[in-house]
Design a protein around this ligand. Sequence first.
Ligand code: NAD
Length: 326
Amino acid sequence: MTANLLVTGGAGFIGSHYVRTLLGPDGPGGVAVTVLDKLTYAGNPANLDEVRGHPGFAFVQGDICDAALVDKLMQEHDQVVHFAAESHVDRSIDSGAAFVRTNAVGTHTLVDAALRHGIATFVHISTDEVYGSIDEGSWPETHPLAPNSPYSASKASSDLIALAYHRTHGLDVRVTRCSNNYGHHHFPEKVIPLFVTNLLDGAKVPLYGDGANVRDWLHIDDHVQGIELVRTKGRAGEVYNIGGGTELSNKELTRLLLDACGADWDSVEHVADRKGHDRRYSVDCAKIRALGYEPKKDFATGLAETVQWYRDHRDWWEPLKEQAAW
Ligand code: NAD
């Protein structure tokens, strides 16, 4: 039997990787996918070129806040994987309105329609940033939410709305909270693709504050593996952390990127720290490991492959650089 998936935000970085994997040669089979994507600055139809001719693929350009459109689409599908979001912390510091609208109101529009139309499983993609900042140790899924940026606050709101539809109405909602993703097709406003594309152009890279903020890095393939485990083996009403297992300070990451691109510290511009910059994120992944999750991509290999992809795909990222510098 074919599962009919509605994938929101499927033209973005993670969503498009998920769709290409599901409909690609190593996909599970028996899956049809409709992508619903507004095509904001971060959405790129070219990210879906590989699957455009697949008989199980359809694309709808539209807004997850458009209740009439969402209502119609829910009738035609039985599962939802929800990636669509405003996703860049720095933009949320500049202005939070679009974040509250898409991330909170959009998620409500989706779960409300999902409930009305009997959606069997609703996977909501969230972030480790909802927990706040942690100096030592790792957060389990039960840790209270304490988001600090307008982005993470809007994502925490979306988690709570989605989980409320499970607790109140019994909708099968599953939430994933991942760490920092990296890989190809990543919009060049985020740190790794921003630094790589700047360095390949011989330009400087901006390092925030003292460079000591720590992030856990998760390869996009491992993230997709985790999401699929949650969709197929997870439980209703549960939250699952997904991490990659490579913790680096921004300074350490910068060193690796300079080396990979053949540049040195003269290419680094020290800039004022991001407002409210969380010091460290770290998720405890024991719960998803119990479903069989095991990150497979070694960071050095994943980073080298990513840098090589940007070297080979100037045609993909050069037209995006202007929008990235909003
Ligand atoms: P992205 O910015 O690359 O893509 C977001 C996609 O959503 C784009 O295609 C955009 O056009 C679409 N979109 C935005 N607003 C929309 C709307 N109102 N209606 C329909 N579509 C809309 O983001 P990403 O990095 O792929 O992130 C995907 C999800 O994963 C997000 O929910 C994000 O919060 C979460 N996440 C990402 C990371 C990361 O490292 N990239 C880490 C943790 C969590």
